[in-house]
Structure formats: C-alpha cells, structure tokens
Design a binder for this molecule. Structure first.
Ligand code: FES
Ligand code: FES
Length: 220
C-alpha cells in the first residue's frame, strides 16, 4: 500500500504473555512465553499509516490500538460488545473493536477518533478548542452542544455517528426506517433514526439529548 508505513514491533506487551519470566514450564520453555504458532503477523492501516505487528492470535483490535499503537481514544467499557465505547471505523463501517481479533483484519483500514478530522474536507474542519489540531465538524458540534459530561463514551459516540451518517447516506435501513422507503435511497436521519442507529452506544452520564442535537448539526 502507498503512504507511511511503520514497523511497529511485536506487540509484546503484557496481554500477549510473551515476556520471559525466567521460570521453566513443564516440557521446557519459559513460563509465560507464547509459542510462535500462537502468534501471527498482521498489517493494519490505521488513520492513514500502515503498521505491521506480530501479535498473540487472541489480541483484539482495541488492545492493539491502545497498547501497541498508543491510540487511546477508543475506550474499553464493557469489553463484551455491549457498550460501544470501543467503536472505531473498519473500512468505513463502525465496529466494536473489543470483539475483533487483530490478526483477522490483515490489510484492513481502521479509523479511530484520532483520525476523524482527516475524513472531513479541509474546508469543513474546525479549530480545536484550545488551539490544538483541527477537528471533524462532528467533534466541533459535540463541543458546541455540550454533548458529553465525563467524555468516556464520546470517542465511540463520534465514530458511531460518523458511521451511522454514512450508512444512512448509502441507503441502509434501520429498525425504525419505513419499510416502504425506496430501497437504496438515502435514509433521512430523523431524531428517531439517530436514536435508533446510535442505540448501541451507551452513555452513563445521560448526554443523549445533546448528542442527538450535535449529530443533527452535521447532517448533509
Ligand atoms: S468495550 Fe467494546 S462494546 Fe464495550
Ligand atoms: S459522557 Fe460520560 S459516559 Fe457519556
């Protein structure tokens, strides 16, 4: 693939169990050392940068992002696919990164909350509140609408909303879409549609009304 490429090491942090302990396991080998046949090399393109890592086959995308690539925007809430805090975009579609083994995603394109600004045309990007880097218009709308309190769920809400808007534009129906709506046509994102499509993202602070308003602000 074109563009930047990082050899990002082996992903040998604690959860890989790959650090030698100095103790011998029955049958030889250090206790805690993962056999090579339990590890695989995978290349992911994350926020426009290609990373090649050798990781435990059980390592999920969320842990790879946070622990190997230091992209800590995506959050671990439930670790069971139930809260949406870990939502990122995979080839443009939203996914729960806590459920996806990284080695199964070889060659795929991942966008985390850190990469959202680059998805917006330069003329639509907003300035950061503190003079920081540019923001995706939805990030700006979240700030303007007070669409968060603690902010823990916010990266997942943002990625999910960007994905949901894309799905509606592409004509994907939701549970509340009128069955008589023309197939394949963009689905208007009413409040009911926004609520339904973001219902997989939980916010313990209860910022939902302002999240809906922020999403409405950026609808095409
Ligand atoms: S941490 Fe992934 S859905 Fe909760
Ligand atoms: S802002 Fe606190 S969980 Fe959503």
């Amino acid at each position: 693939m074109d563009g930047p490429h990082h050899e990002t090491g082996t992903g040998d942090r604690a959860r890989d169990g790959a650090r030698p302990t100095g103790h011998e396991a029955p049958g030889g080998g250090a206790v805690g050392t993962l056999p090579d046949d339990c590890r695989s090399t995978t290349t992911l393109r994350v926020n426009g940068v290609s990373h090649t890592l050798t990781v435990d086959n059980r390592r999920v995308l969320l842990d790879l992002l946070r622990e190997d690539l230091d992209l800590v925007g995506a959050k671990k809430g439930c670790d069971h696919g139930q809260c949406g805090a870990c939502t990122v975009l995979l080839d443009g579609r939203r996914v729960n990164s806590c459920l996806l083994p990284a080695v199964a995603l070889d060659g795929r394109e991942v966008t985390t909350v850190e990469g959202l600004p680059a998805l917006a045309p330069p003329e639509d990007r907003a300035d950061g509140a503190d003079g920081g880097g540019p923001l995706h218009p939805l990030q700006r709308a979240f700030l303007d609408r007070d669409a968060f309190q603690c902010g823990y769920c916010t990266p997942g809400q943002l990625c999910s909303a960007v994905g949901a808007i894309g799905e509606a534009v592409a004509g994907h129906p939701s549970h509340v879409t009128d069955p008589a709506a023309p197939s394949g046509e963009p689905v208007p994102l009413t409040r009911a549609e926004i609520r339904e499509r973001l219902s997989g993202n939980l916010c313990r602070c209860g910022a939902y009304p302002h999240i809906v308003e922020a999403v409405e602000d950026v609808l095409p």
